[in-house]
Structures are given as structure tokens and as C-alpha cells.
Design a protein around this ligand. Structure first.
Ligand SMILES: C[S@@+](CC[C@H](N)C(=O)[O-])C[C@H]1O[C@@H](n2cnc3c(N)ncnc32)[C@H](O)[C@@H]1O
Length: 257
């Protein structure tokens, strides 16, 4: 999905995966034709690298996001190498299932898994309420690392997480077992009420931000904080904007409700 600077979606004529698939088919046809006419041109396994290089270059020219570059470059050479290893078929099924269990939210909710940086966690800790017993929730808590770090920094609060992807959820639930005051649920945060929390934290993507804002306005109590790591709400100025100073340019957008 292509995004405007304010985070709203641009309508792309084709999804990135369809463009990439088309380019790989086109490169394969072109290189096979070339190899038939000039047999010595691409000896041995070099064909696969020509294919990957061609698809990566054409993908960049076609405007695919930069992270498609290594995917396009390595896809066919990796597939060729894996076929050479002759792994049993269930291995491929197991890898597919594991990838699905980690990345299901990227497909369903357009939010992939990546983690808040240590500096973002430290900056966030400074915004936790002063009174003991405050309630914090991480919407899409991933592997639970943010909750664990906050619970260690401020053990006088309650830390809740909700996560839709099965593998990250299991990991965060396992980490919560030794962390007093931390609990993690499996599920969809759109079905969770936000009224009972002093701080609601989200590190998602531009896609759900407008809807999250409407939910927060409906449900959050006056005086509570909504904190979004790096993704603004289109058209709604935050109460505070806090550059975190980590290597990935994280910014905390904070709204006092
Ligand atoms: C970018 S990660 C952030 C992880 C963690 N909050 C952190 O800051 O380190 C976003 C997480 O939200 C989860 N997620 C996305 N949409 C969700 C939804 N509707 N309900 C529950 N979890 C969701 C994803 O599976 C992913 O693990």
C-alpha cells in the first residue's frame, strides 16, 4: 500500500505483490528466450541471479517500496537453493504455518510485527502516571517486550496487552508469567473497551489510526493518555509530540483526552 505524507492511503492500481509477480514472470520469459538464443550467456546457476537482479531493478523502477528489493533479488535464487536441498515437504508447510502465525495481523489488520525501541520505551516510561495502581494497555503487544520493560521500570502499575497473532501472543503470555502486574490476552483490540485505562499505547501502522482515534474518543476517560508510536492521526494534532532520538526516527504522539 502506498501512503501520503499524512498517512492516508493512495489508491495503487495494483497491489505490490501483483506487480512483483508480474515482473518475475516477465523476467523469466525474457531470460529464458535470451538463454535459448545465446546458450553460453548465463552459465549454471547465474541465471537465477540474473533473474533476481532484473526483477529487483524493474521493481525499483516500478516504484515498489524499498523492502521489496531484497525480496525480489533473493526470491528465485533462494527457491533454487532450497529445491537443491530436497527438504521433506512438511518442512515447507511448517515454515508457512510459522510465518502465518507471526504475520497474520499484517494480512488481517495491515499491521506487521516490529518492536518499540529501548529509547521509545524509556521515553514512554516518563509519561506513566505518578500514582500507584495506574492501568496501561498495549494494543497489539507483539512479543510483550514493551510491557515487560515498563513493568520492570515502574512495578507499581498494571500492564495489560492484547495480541492477535498466535506466536507473538504465546511468547508474551509466557513472559508475563514471571512479571507481577502484567497480563496478556489473545484477541482483536477493536473488541476491547478502553474506558478502564489511564494510558493506551499503540505502535501500529498508518492504516488503522483514523479508526483508532474514533474509538479512543468514544471510549477513553477524560484526562487519560493515548500514545501512538510514530503514526499520527490524520488531521488531529497531538497534545504533545516527542521525538525519541533512536536510530529509526521514532516519535511519540500523545493526546490527552
Ligand atoms: C508494530 S507491532 C508492536 C508491538 C508492541 N506493541 C511494541 O510496541 O513493541 C504491532 C502488533 O499489533 C498486532 N495487532 C495488529 N492489529 C491488531 C488487532 N486488531 N488486534 C490485536 N493485535 C493486533 C500485530 O500482530 C503486531 O504484533
Amino acid at each position: 500500500m502506498q501512503l501520503r505524507a499524512d498517512g492516508s492511503a493512495l489508491r495503487a492500481p495494483l497491489p505490490s505483490w501483483a506487480v512483483a509477480a508480474f515482473l518475475h514472470v516477465a523476467c523469466t520469459i525474457a531470460l529464458t528466450t535470451l538463454a535459448a538464443r545465446a546458450p553460453g550467456l548465463m552459465p549454471g546457476a547465474s541465471w537465477y541471479w540474473f533473474e533476481g537482479g532484473g526483477a529487483a531493478l524493474l521493481g525499483a523502477i516500478a516504484g515498489l517500496p524499498v523492502w521489496w528489493l531484497p525480496i525480489n533479488l533473493l526470491f528465485v535464487p533462494t527457491a533454487h537453493a532450497l529445491l537443491g536441498w530436497q527438504l521433506p515437504a512438511p518442512c515447507y508447510l511448517a515454515v508457512c504455518c510459522a510465518l502465518y502465525a507471526v504475520n497474520v495481523s499484517a494480512w488481517r489488520h495491515r499491521v506487521p510485527l516490529f518492536l518499540s525501541s529501548a529509547r521509545a520505551v524509556a521515553a514512554l516510561a516518563a509519561w506513566l502516571p505518578r500514582h500507584a495502581g495506574f492501568r496501561f494497555i498495549d494494543l497489539g503487544c507483539g512479543t510483550g517486550s514493551l510491557l515487560v520493560d515498563l513493568a520492570k521500570a515502574r512495578p507499581d502499575g498494571e500492564y495489560h496487552g492484547i495480541e492477535a497473532a498466535p506466536l507473538p501472543f504465546l511468547l508474551s503470555r509466557w513472559r508475563a508469567r514471571t512479571q507481577p502486574g502484567m497480563s496478556v490476552m489473545h484477541g482483536n483490540f477493536w473488541d476491547t473497551g478502553l474506558a478502564g485505562y489511564d494510558v493506551v499505547y499503540a505502535y501500529l501502522s498508518p492504516a488503522p489510526m483514523a479508526r483508532l482515534w474514533r474509538k479512543a474518543r468514544r471510549e477513553m476517560r477524560a484526562g487519560s493518555l493515548l500514545v501512538s508510536n510514530s503514526f499520527a492521526v490524520p488531521g488531529v494534532a497531538p497534545t504533545y509530540t516527542l521525538p525519541v532520538g533512536d536510530g529509526i526516527g521514532s516519535v511519540l504522539f500523545i493526546w490527552r483526552m
